[in-house]
Design a protein around this ligand. Structure first.
Ligand code: GRF
Length: 220
């Protein structure tokens, strides 16, 4: 076993040892979920994926979770009277699974303060553009239409706006002249699969501090 790094405080050591319980919320394919699960399975992330929750029963992400023996839950938004009621049910489920970090990975729902207040600074999202450029839907299409030469992806804390929360990590991706929405999305997706597990690791190790819009990363 490696010795204690000379510059780690006892608090950092404590945080680094702890395994935190994570929920991944999905609506679709779940390639980002897969990247996180794969890194965790290798022992690279101090997390346990406690559950995967989808608002859609046909999300392939649920299948991915089941293949790894992870609890996969379908919570159908159509059964609730509104966004707050749905988020209240989400919060109840997340509490039941003793979740400490909520990871949105292609979760196609606007979340409300009901969820955000229950998990303050503990809900994160990945967006396929370099925010604040191109928030919202079809970010890759927006980037191509605008003619930018560089796009990328952003992991951020979730606040009440659309893709407006404090930024944790970003990665640039070049836009090629012959790119289509599909080719650019595929290149960005590769970076997402590297970046999102990294952000989860920083959170799990207790190395992120949020001060207003600034997120400080505690270097080891
Ligand atoms: C990703 O492009 C992510 O940036 C966006 O939703 C997509 C999810 O893809 N928020 P996947 O389901 O993880 O493959």
């Amino acid at each position: 076993m490696a010795g204690k790094p000379w510059n780690w405080s006892e608090k950092q050591m404590g945080n680094a040892r702890k395994i935190i319980r994570v929920a991944v919320l999905v609506s679709g394919s779940g390639t980002n979920l897969q990247a996180i699960v794969d890194r965790a399975a290798k022992g690279d992330l101090p997390i346990e994926v406690a559950c995967v929750i989808s608002n859609r029963s046909d999300a392939y992400a649920l299948e991915r979770a089941r293949k790894h023996g992870i609890t996969a839950l379908h919570l159908d938004h159509r059964l609730f009277s509104g966004r707050e009621a749905y988020d209240a049910a989400l919060v109840a489920t997340l509490r039941e699974y003793q979740v400490e970090l909520v990871v949105l990975a292609g979760f196609m729902r606007i979340v409300t303060p009901v969820l955000l207040d229950a998990f303050p600074q503990a809900v994160i999202n990945i967006h396929p553009a370099l925010l604040p450029a191109f928030p919202g839907l079809d970010a890759q299409r927006q980037a191509l239409d605008y003619g930018v030469k560089v796009s990328g992806c952003t992991v951020h804390f979730v606040d009440q706006g659309t893709d407006t929360g404090p930024i944790i990590l970003q990665a640039p991706v070049p836009v090629m002249e012959n790119d289509t929405e599909e080719t650019l999305s595929a290149r960005i997706r590769q970076e997402e699969h590297r970046l999102y597990p990294e952000a989860v690791r920083l959170f799990a190790e207790g190395r992120l501090t949020v001060n207003g819009r600034q997120v400080t990363i505690c270097r080891l």
